[in-house]
Design a binder for this molecule. Structure first.
Ligand SMILES: *Cc1c(COP(=O)(O)O)cnc(C)c1O
Length: 402
């Protein structure tokens, strides 16, 4: 009989195998145990019919990967520790010295920062194109372009591009097209089949998703995914993922698995409340413009109508303050909000607000966007009546202080 300390580590008890519950189990592992040296030697870390090491996946992360593939209509998935890591993983897998990348001017800001701060050091250059002008993308693709990012809707200004046109240009020129699919989240449109019914399917090559937003839904988990249909592309992404050791925590994977079941309901609730508030904002004279893809006057509204399910426009909208209001007054408006908290990110139950100075973020002032300070709202799951009253009192506060 082994010593008690040994027994507690090598205990013979095995629970019965027929346990079933609504939620998958949380498997935690760095070490995975092999039945023999031969089995260890034979096992290929890339082969997902088995397990090799915690870094390459556990039953918990495999399940999350499969469910995310179903959500986005893809075949292969890797999980990474944040949305930004998903963006970095794609670029590092596909680009080498001498290559170049194109991003839209309204791309998620840290994507540009990563390109300028990291990729540039490796001799990879990045150019900016106007997402609302497919001809501009076509003109900027060169012999060295290896990766084009697309985003729908665009960050902060929420212009909705002609996504099928942008994707076609990339495919015609033989350039990989990667979508930041955080806004659509797999619910607004299928990134791998943008125009259902067309054969062969027209879709992006890669979908990167900040699971931090709607899939987490709690404002508490940071995670990202990179999804593809093409096995060769997946292999490249998977190899970089392995070399960088980009594992996610089992408890975080569990939280996303738990939230995923209610994601569609939450997304539509965020959407409905956001439209109500955005429409109300169009009637307020202090706002020169309201940006939300489902509003007829918002840039790219017609593209949104063509591409998206009509009940899918996410939970974000922005307003451009009338030019008479100073930055300090706009800050005071944000500070006066009670339910909308000041903070980055979105997709959780709590409504959030961030003011933006667009001029410092963009190469040029975007077409169709009024001049003025911009405020971006992320609408949570509070009562829409309460949120509207909060906006009204903060507006009154700002106007009265002028
Ligand atoms: C939040 C966000 C990301 C990054 O996600 P993190 O998990 O915060 O790193 C990437 N793209 C878009 C569009 C986002 O909104």
């Amino acid at each position: 009989m082994p010593d008690l300390t040994t027994q507690l580590i090598h205990h013979p008890y095995q629970p019965p195998a027929d346990f079933a519950a609504p939620q998958p189990g949380v498997f935690k592992a760095s070490t995975v145990i092999f039945p023999s040296v031969a089995a260890m030697r034979e096992r290929d870390w890339k082969d997902k019919s088995a397990f090799t090491y915690g870094l390459h996946g556990t039953p918990t992360t495999y399940q999350l990967e499969e469910r995310l593939c179903s959500l986005e209509g893809g075949t292969y998935c890797v999980l990474v520790p944040s949305g930004l890591t998903a963006i970095a993983n794609v670029a590092l897998a596909l680009l080498k010295t001498g290559d170049s990348m194109l991003v839209p001017d309204n791309v998620y800001g840290p994507n540009k920062s990563f390109a300028d701060g990291q990729l540039a050091r490796w001799g990879i250059s990045t150019q900016v194109y106007d997402a609302m002008d497919p001809a501009d993308l076509a003109a900027k693709i060169t012999d060295t372009t290896r990766l084009v990012w697309v985003e729908a809707a665009g960050s902060v200004t929420l212009e909705f591009p002609d996504l099928p046109a942008l994707v076609r240009i990339c495919h015609d020129r033989g350039v990989v097209c990667a979508l930041d699919n955080t806004w659509g989240a797999g619910l607004a449109f299928n990134p791998f089949d943008l125009l259902p019914g067309t054969s062969p399917a027209l879709g992006v090559d890669i979908s990167a998703h900040a699971l931090t937003k709607y899939p987490s839904g709690g404002g508490d988990v940071l995670m990202g995914s990179v999804i593809t249909r093409d096995p060769a592309l997946h292999r490249k992404i998977q190899r970089t993922h392995m070399h960088l050791g980009l594992a996610v925590g089992a408890n975080d994977a569990e939280l996303v698995l738990r939230s995923l079941s209610s994601m569609a309901l939450r997304y539509h609730a965020h959407d409905a409340a956001t439209r109500t508030l955005a429409r109300w904002c169009t009637q307020q004279p202090a706002f020169a413009q309201v940006l939300h893809p489902a509003l007829p006057d918002s840039p790219g509204h017609a593209h949104w109508l063509t591409l998206c399910r009509t009940d899918a426009a996410a939970g974000l909208f922005s307003v451009v303050l009338d030019a008479q209001y100073t930055v300090a007054q706009v800050d005071a408006f944000c500070d006066a909000l009670q339910l909308f908290k000041i903070g980055y990110s979105w997709g959780g139950p709590m409504s959030l607000v961030v003011p933006y100075e667009l001029a410092s973020m963009r190469k040029k002032w975007p077409t169709g966007i009024a001049q003025g300070t911009l405020v971006r709202f992320a609408v949570g799951l509070e009562s829409v009546t309460d949120l509207q009253a909060d906006l009204a009192q903060a507006l009154q506060h700002m106007v009265a202080s002028c």
